[in-house]
Design a protein around this ligand. Structure first.
Ligand code: MN
Length: 131
């Protein structure tokens, strides 16, 4: 069982990812914006952070940069979740300090595996683009 922090402003995405993770016995905490996410990451020290890139105010890139430069949170793996399907985004999220990358819309058949792969490999994970 893992404890995951989901930083996500879209209620549907938050609901779906929480549902899938909890159904498989994992514990989920949620934040609706970057500032709350950073606060909860420091307080809760989750095993993994799922980070939406498109967030109100502080975006996911800024959140990832903050988390990875802070001693209290630097060791926590981050998986970026983004609907930006533009070339260069993967490189940008990895450069911001993320360890993995999942594209929206969330695919219920592969979401759990893709998320936990980062925990199992202890870090770098390249998304399998073959669906
Ligand atoms: Mn969003």
């Amino acid at each position: 069982m893992a404890h995951l922090l989901i930083i996500e402003d879209n209620e549907n995405n938050l609901y779906l990812s929480t549902f899938i993770l909890e159904k498989h016995g994992h514990r989920v905490s949620a934040a609706r914006d970057g500032a709350e996410g950073i606060r909860l990451a420091k307080e809760l020290r989750p095993d993994l952070i799922l980070l939406d890139i498109q967030l109100p105010g502080m975006d996911g890139y800024a959140v990832a940069a903050n988390l990875s430069s802070n001693d209290a949170t630097a060791a926590i793996p981050i998986v970026a979740v983004t609907s930006y399907a533009m070339a260069g985004d993967r490189e940008r999220v990895m450069a911001a300090g993320c360890n993995g990358y999942i594209e929206k819309p969330i695919n219920p058949d592969t979401f759990l595996e893709e998320t936990l792969k980062v925990l199992q490999t202890g870090g770098i994970y390249e998304q399998n683009t073959v669906r």
